[in-house]
Design a protein around this ligand. Structure first.
Ligand code: NAI
Ligand code: MG
Length: 487
């Protein structure tokens, strides 16, 4: 593998946790047998690194390798749930700026049993923002919060990426999926940027769906989709649905790409339930490796592997996750599946479409870097003051908050968990210890930082436990804040 270093591409690999080592060995064997021109730097990440006391799950020397090679083939890792650990996957994606997560999903009927035939779609998932910002706080005894952050430049680059990807890959239809009927500012921005930039691609058909019906349609009518573009969390959920409806979550690979670095991995996780038993399907990681070979300029070898793999599926040589008596011929383990693929190298599928790749099939961003627009004119017209309070009636809280009023900055609303409970309000509305007082100025006036500081000290003098503030601003005259529920 390591002669003629100049011709080889050095990549970083990690064997990961659970089924990771098994599917990585299978994939590396197939890559070697296919003559992929690669050299490897191996790093340790995941469970063992967390357990050695690195709460990030990765050591500094591993970052150095990733920044040096700029290409990462990664097996799944086990993320400790809850607790003090951050997801290493998210850390790697964000730290290395891998803003686009590209997940092609195809069905292989009649050779892999599936409820739907003719699926050939790709999910382009925004990979850095949204609820994955990882900014969470317990604000009161009873209430925790996770911040959902969507930025305009972050959205512009993923939307641009999706349309350019569609163009390069001859795809005709981009569907944007959000929940902007509820999250009007965050998902609303994502949808708005989609419409704005989409207007520059009149040759590509476009539509938008709300995520609940979008997910339902993906499960019932996946053929209607071509490219799906979604913010981070919906994209994560939709890609497991898409992979699963093609037959198994074990089939799909993905590319996480940024301007400099790219990481290739299976869509699925470390599957601890079947780890170490030679049961796992290595196809997800193998398909990720195929995407990687195209990315690093070895498209012929990528095609050789993909065609051998397709032929193996046609031959009915299937791992347990896709084994089905009606179509499968032989139930095999991870190792035997890899051997079968190796035996088929150089041959083409007989029924499924033969694959060929060239440099235009790349997942690399091909568009110019986007310019930041000039900032809008911002004016502060009020402030939301959140308080941790255990009283019973909003009227009592209103009396205290109103005593904190400044000359022009007056209490206009109180909400509890976002629902308006003052003025007015119903006794039926459930109340926790998480309250918000909204202070606003009459039209034409504005609020200074000093006003806010004065207001807060008056709130504190009332003995109220304020937990945070959010400024209410307008941008070029447009309100940059939502109404209270029921307001
Ligand atoms: P999972 O994807 O690991 O497993 C879900 C189900 O699919 C299990 O029944 C599993 O046996 C099956 N499955 C998954 N991959 C398979 C394969 N290649 N062949 C055959 N069957 C397969 O999801 P789960 O159980 O929710 O997560 C397990 C761990 O993986 C968690 O610690 C999670 O945080 C982590 N994870 C890591 C990811 C990554 O490293 N990129 C992505 C998703 C989850
Ligand atoms: Mg996932």
């Amino acid at each position: 593998m390591t002669q003629a270093a100049s011709k080889n591409t050095i990549i970083t690999i990690a064997r990961g946790d659970g089924i990771g080592p098994e599917i990585m060995s299978a994939t590396l064997e197939i890559l070697a047998a296919a003559g992929a021109k690669l050299e490897f730097e191996e790093i340790q990440i995941g469970k063992s690194v967390y357990e050695r006391g690195h709460s990030s799950g990765i050591e500094p020397s591993s970052w150095a390798s990733l920044r040096r090679t700029k290409v990462f083939l990664k097996a799944p890792i086990t993320t400790p749930q809850g607790g003090g650990f951050k997801s290493l996957n998210v850390t790697i994606r964000k730290t290395l700026g891998l803003y686009a997560n590209v997940r092609p999903c195809e069905s292989f009927e009649p050779f892999v049993a599936t409820k739907h035939s003719g699926i050939n779609l790709v999910i382009v998932r925004e990979n850095e923002e949204d609820l994955y910002a990882g900014i969470e706080h317990r604000q009161t005894d009873e209430v925790v919060q996770c911040l959902k952050l969507i930025s305009r430049p972050g959205t512009e680059r993923i939307v641009r990426y999706a349309f350019e990807y569609a163009k390069r890959h001859g795809r005709k239809f981009v569907t944007c999926i959000t929940k902007d009927n509820i999250m009007k500012l965050t998902d609303g921005l994502f949808h708005k940027v989609f419409d704005e930039l989409g207007a520059q691609y009149p040759e590509i058909k476009q539509d938008h769906m709300i995520v609940d019906i979008g997910a339902a349609k993906l499960a019932s009518d996946p053929q209607r989709f071509d490219v799906i573009l979604a913010p981070n969390l919906y994209g994560d959920i939709l890609s497991d649905i898409a992979a699963e409806v093609t037959g198994s979550v074990g089939l799909a690979g993905s590319a996480n790409v940024g301007d400099e670095v790219a990481m290739f991995e299976a869509v699925h996780g470390s599957a601890p339930d079947i780890a170490g038993q030679n049961l796992a399907n290595p196809s997800g990681l193998l398909n990720a490796a195929v995407l990687m070979l195209v990315h690093i300029g070895q498209p012929e070898i990528a095609a050789t592997i993909k065609n051998a793999w397709l032929l193996t599926l046609e031959q009915g040589i299937h791992t347990g996750d896709i084994y089905d008596e009606t179509v499968s011929k032989q139930r095999v383990g991870t190792k035997e599946f890899a051997k079968a693929v190796i035996g088929n190298l150089g041959q083409l599928p007989q029924h499924l479409p033969v694959q060929a790749y060239d440099s235009s099939d790349t997942d690399r961003p091909t568009h110019a870097k986007l310019e930041r627009r000039l900032p809008a004119r911002k004016e502060t017209v009020g402030v939301d003051v959140f308080v941790n309070w255990r009283g019973d009636t909003a009227e009592d809280l209103a009396v205290q908050l109103q005593r904190a009023n400044l000359e022009h900055l007056k209490l206009t609303m109180i909400t509890n968990r976002g629902v308006k409970v003052w003025p007015g309000g119903f006794p039926e509305t459930f109340r926790t210890d998480h309250w918000r007082g909204r202070f606003s100025v009459p039209e034409g006036l504005s609020v200074s930082h000093e006003d806010i500081v004065r207001l807060l000290s008056r709130v504190a003098l009332e003995g109220l436990d304020f937990i945070k503030t959010e400024n209410l601003c307008t941008f070029d005259g447009e309100p940059g804040f939502s109404l209270g529920q029921g307001q």
